[in-house]
Design a protein around this ligand. Structure first.
Ligand SMILES: [Zn+2]
Length: 1039
């Protein structure tokens, strides 16, 4: 590098030329080499020296600026170096001197652009008048000097990244100037020739409005109106895409933040509970947390879909990862659980008499036919005279689950994929067959439907609700249901409306619900085939955001009328008006408020979990009084999760009462223009003690209802109430052949809300009372499955329903399972949460799946006793082979397991000290590998076996660590659907979820067959079974 010592002009020019040539063909490596050898400093020094000679020699300066621009881009410390060598001032002076000399000016701007890329240097340039200089260069629309103007806007945008420059820009009134420039260029540049210049102005504004004073200046200068108009003008013009994108980001940043339209964020429901409410403080996010959150981020590809686990959450303390058997309570206490394991002690006679012959077996349905499979279009629903005992039906049980394993399914699946049902209702209606999914004739009598609808209106619609006194309601409901059932006979497997109504009588809710939702009473049949993921319409989010802005700046057509509110009891609804009617005071219902915004648009607010001020995500409500063929827009405005599968193909679910009466009692996925994005509502700073309030998200979707004046129900996911579970368990119990299936349900404990938490035991009855058989019966290993600790995860209940129905079925796999295991199942760990429409918590406002480390009997009874039961099994040497807790996942697709591994956790945390001596049985991987092969919805690739600190008090980690159960899992089922395997591109229906439950059980059997301890007898029987089946499964079973 001879620049510094060269005083001779010719040699400097030569060196610059050589350098320019070298670097123009060279790669980054050459430039970095040059930088490392002090190249930047040498160039900058030459600049300063040359600029200070009078007159400046532009033959040297221009190639020098070109080199500086090139090198500066690669040198992270370039701005700092320029500052130290006083290159800023000379460049600014040169630029000012050359305002009329485009070529020279442009070269100076290139240098300024790289100087300004460092915020400190940018701030210094600002102090020295760089912004004023730029405002002398940028002009209203012109076709001259556009290259210079473009670079000038880029310099300005870089300068405005510095907060002090932004502040100065606000004080000098540049916000209004930039808006005027933006408008001028926007109106003249009709051919979109100068998009980069126009985007440059917006980038400048975007940096300024990150300051509060910038936003105020923007609003005062009518920025919302101006950018709204711009964006509206060119929404469909792809060539100005970068401009719309910036404009929308600015609009979102500047939309005035406001508190939710609620009297309080706390739940409308409170319940006196023991102990102090320990609801965790709401997570506080600051404005800065969102700065990088661009508009339409979801359109940038699906990679952002997966939420990455934080590595620093991994547990690296080997001590905390090691098995630590021990009790959290006195040992004597465990004896109470002996009574819950009567199978271990009672005699054969007691077993016999316990179930007796007097049970009305087969009265309701015969379970032995039903294997939940997603693609079965036919419901195995048997009327009374068709019902039959399992043992008479063994030969017909050929529809073994083994037929449905992943590899054997492709043909079935392809058939359903060819014609994905977008709207099952329409599909049935348009086929004109007048038959429902079971092939029964539909009583398609419109007159009777109308009459029924009036009855329904009386019972289910809020409009007339006020006319009924509470005491007579249940009877009224029962009467109407009775009448409807007589005129619309509809048998559904494992469901009974009469029993449901009876069971609901003993379900205890916090505010004493008097009403039942129709779908829960009437029941649900899965649609004949799965529905496709909704294809996201381009630009749907920006249209919604512009609509939100329009509400603010053109409020003339905004109605803003509260038409339903849990906080304002009494009739809010104007009966004469045309608006929709809402209701949610029924089990699992949780709509808190509905506000009519425009004629066909409603803002909805979900109730927070009881005794909490947060966790709004799940929703379930009734809506009526609609017109058909009109799209109604719904905005759920107080959602909490930062992202949702609603952005990736998921739709909410809808149930139409009229459709049900026409023979199609089905929850379907519905809604178009679905999207989920952060809105302008913030928790009030008063509620957070002055800290910036957390933000909320909009779920927005449009629904076109199938009938006029219908009663419909909308939900986050297929509802599954506590009463539905209790009804289901009774039906299951009555459906089994007590000589073959040992099925017992009892109460694990009472919940805080006074509801029994059911515990189910399923195994096979001993064949006879010989000692051998009784011994085998009593020594069967345990399997423990739990679900629905999180009430909003109704998908977990559907998976559980499938598992339960499968386990009591006559499927040969189910028989083998019963004969070899005792299943202890707690199908709903949080009944109170489910009943009261919570999303996450118990009545104490706490997440029960964070209470497993030290649950207390009087505060978290279901967790305390679930843990107690597991302790008891451990104390008698009978810890379960597998423990699994079923959950639902809102951010990912497919079904997958979370397990626990010390080694994987330490490896992942790159904490390998001492791991070589750690011994770990890798059998925790076997079950997920098996499920990956057999279950269509399951994928190994989403499974994780890491132990996170934040999960230390979950069922999975505690059962693994304290009970020493190496196969302790959480099974997560997507709320949405699948992006792999046979169900790729489909949303889950209840059928797919139920099938997953059955597949999970099959997985347990295969796991046993592959274990070293598997009995010879079981292996032989499984082999026979498999030989009788297709070869499909063989390779899964090879040991
Ligand atoms: Zn969960």
């Amino acid at each position: 590098m001879g620049l510094e010592s060269s005083s001779d002009r010719e040699s400097i020019l030569t060196i610059l030329k050589v350098l320019g040539d070298l670097l123009s063909v060279g790669t980054d490596r050459r430039i970095h080499y040059m930088i490392s050898k002090g190249g930047s400093e040498a160039l900058l020094q030459t600049l300063v020296d040359t600029a200070r000679t009078a007159p400046p020699d532009y033959d040297v300066l221009l190639p020098l600026f070109r080199l500086l621009a090139k090198v500066g881009l690669r040198d992270k410390k370039f701005g700092q170096k320029a500052l130290e060598l006083e290159a800023l001032d000379v460049t600014l002076i040169l630029a000012r001197k050359n305002l009329c000399h485009s070529q020279n000016l442009l070269h100076c701007l290139w240098a300024l652009r790289v100087f300004a890329s460092s915020v400190t240097t940018g701030a210094m340039l600002g102090i020295n008048g760089a912004m004023e200089l730029i405002f002398d260069i940028v002009t209203p629309y012109t076709r001259k000097r556009t290259r210079t103007i473009r670079v000038a806007t880029e310099v300005l945008a870089a300068l405005l990244k510095s907060k002090s420059n932004s502040r100065r820009a606000v004080n000098r009134g540049y916000v209004a100037s930039l808006l005027r420039l933006h408008q001028d260029w926007h109106s003249h540049d009709t051919a979109s020739t100068y998009v980069p210049i126009r985007r440059g102005f917006l980038l400048c504004l975007k940096h300024i409005v990150t300051l509060r004073s910038g936003r105020e200046a923007f609003l005062a200068a009518q920025g919302m109106e101006i950018l709204f108009t711009t964006a509206q003008d060119c929404l469909d013009d792809k060539s100005v895409e970068p401009i719309i994108s910036e404009a929308l980001q600015i609009l979102r940043l500047c939309y005035p933040k406001s508190p939710l339209p609620l009297v309080t964020a706390s739940s409308a429901y409170a319940f006196p509970v023991p102990g102090s409410i320990t609801s965790e403080p709401p997570c506080v996010l600051t404005e800065e947390d969102f700065e990088d959150d661009g508009d339409e981020d979801v359109d940038r590809g699906s990679s952002s879909e997966d939420v990455k686990e934080e590595d620093d959450d991994l547990e690296t303390d080997v001590d905390k990862l090691s098995s630590k058997p021990g009790l959290d309570r006195p040992e004597e206490e465990l004896m109470q659980y002996e009574a819950m394991c009567r199978e271990l002690s009672c005699s054969f006679e007691e077993l016999e008499s316990q179930f007796g012959d007097n049970v009305n077996f087969g009265e309701i349905q015969c379970a032995n036919h039903h294997i939940p499979t997603a693609a079965s279009s036919k419901q195995h629903c048997l009327s009374k005279d068709q019902s039959c005992r399992g043992q008479e039906n063994e030969e017909t049980a050929q529809t073994s689950l083994l037929h449905k394993v992943k590899i054997g399914r492709s043909t079935v699946h392809l058939a359903s994929r060819k014609r994905p049902v977008m709207n099952p209702y329409q599909n049935v209606q348009s086929n004109g067959l007048g038959r429902d999914s079971s092939g029964n004739e539909i009583p398609n009598d419109q007159a009777s439907l109308k009459e029924d609808a009036e009855d329904l209106d009386a019972i289910f619609c809020s409009r007339l609700r006020a006319f009924f006194s509470n005491s007579t309601r249940p009877r009224e409901t029962a009467t109407v249901i009775d009448k409807l059932l007589k005129t619309h006979p509809k048998r559904m497997p494992f469901h009974d409306p009469y029993l449901y109504v009876a069971k609901a009588g003993s379900t205890r809710s916090v505010v004493d619900f008097k009403t039942m939702a129709f779908p829960d009473i009437w029941g649900h049949c899965p649609p004949p085939s799965a529905q496709s993921l909704l294809e996201r319409k381009r630009g749907v989010q920006r249209i919604k955001i512009l609509e939100d802005v329009r509400r603010l700046i053109q409020p003339s057509d905004v109605i803003n009328k509260v038409i339903f509110s849990l906080d304002e009891p009494g009739a809010l609804q104007d009966m004469a008006s045309n608006c929709l009617r809402f209701f949610s005071q029924f089990e699992s219902g949780n709509l808190r408020k509905a506000i009519q915004v425009r004629e066909f648009e409603y803002d909805l607010l979900i109730n927070a979990d009881v005794n909490s001020a947060q966790h709004q995500q799940w929703f379930y409500f009734e809506v009526s009084g609609m017109r058909s063929a009109v799209p109604y827009h719904f905005n759920v405005i107080n959602c909490e999760k930062p992202n949702s599968q609603f952005n990736y193909g998921m739709q909410p679910t809808l149930y139409s009462v009229k459709e049900a009466l026409l023979g199609r009692p089905t929850w379907i996925r519905t809604g178009h223009d679905v999207c989920y994005y952060r809105n302008h509502y913030r928790q009030s700073t008063a509620a957070t003690g002055g800290a910036p309030g957390k933000c909320y998200y909009n779920l927005t979707f449009a629904v076109t209802f199938p009938h006029n004046e219908d009663v419909c129900y909308l939900a986050y996911h297929y509802p599954y109430t506590y009463t539905a579970l209790m009804t289901h368990l009774d039906i299951l119990e009555k459906s089994v052949n007590p000589k073959q299936v040992y099925f017992r349900q009892e109460a694990l404990c009472q919940t805080l809300g006074g509801n029994p938490c059911p515990l189910v035991t399923v195994t096979a009855m001993p064949e006879c009372n010989s000692t051998d058989h009784l011994e085998q019966f009593r020594h069967r290993p345990y399997q423990v499955i739990t679900a629905r600790v999180h009430p909003g995860e109704s998908n977990a209940s559907w998976v559980m329903k499938g598992a339960l129905e499968f386990l009591v079925s006559s499927d040969p796999v189910a028989r083998l399972l019963r004969e070899n295991f005792i299943f202890k199942i707690i199908p709903m760990l949080n009944p109170d949460g489910v009943i009261n429409g919570n999303h996450r918590c118990s009545l104490r406002g706490e997440d029960l799946n964070r209470q497993w480390l030290s649950p207390q009997a009087h505060l978290q009874p279901t967790i305390y006793h679930a843990k107690g039961l597991l302790y008891y099994l451990g104390s008698i040497g009978r810890s379960p082979v597998v423990f699994c807790d079923f959950h639902g996942h809102s951010q990912k697709k497919n079904v997958f397991l979370y397990g626990c591994s010390i080694k994987e956790t330490l490896w992942q945390a790159e904490c390998t000290v001492g791991t070589s001596t750690l011994l770990e049985d890798v059998s925790y991987r076997t079950l997920p590998k098996i499920l990956d092969k057999i279950a269509p919805a399951f994928t190994m690739s989403s499974c994780s076996f890491l132990v996170e600190k934040s999960r230390a008090s979950t069922a999975r980690v505690v059962v693994w660590r304290e009970m020493g159960v190496s196969r302790s899992y959480t099974m997560e089922s997507s709320y949405c659907g699948c992006n792999q395997g046979p169900y790729q591109g489909l949303q889950f229906g209840t059928g797919e979820l139920e099938e997953m439950g059955a597949m999970f059980c099959l997985g347990l059997l295969i796991l046993e067959l592959r274990s070293a301890s598997c009995s010879h007898q079981l292996l032989t029987r499984a082999a026979t079974l498999l030989n009788a089946e297709e070869e499909g499964l063989d390779h899964h079973l090879q040991r």
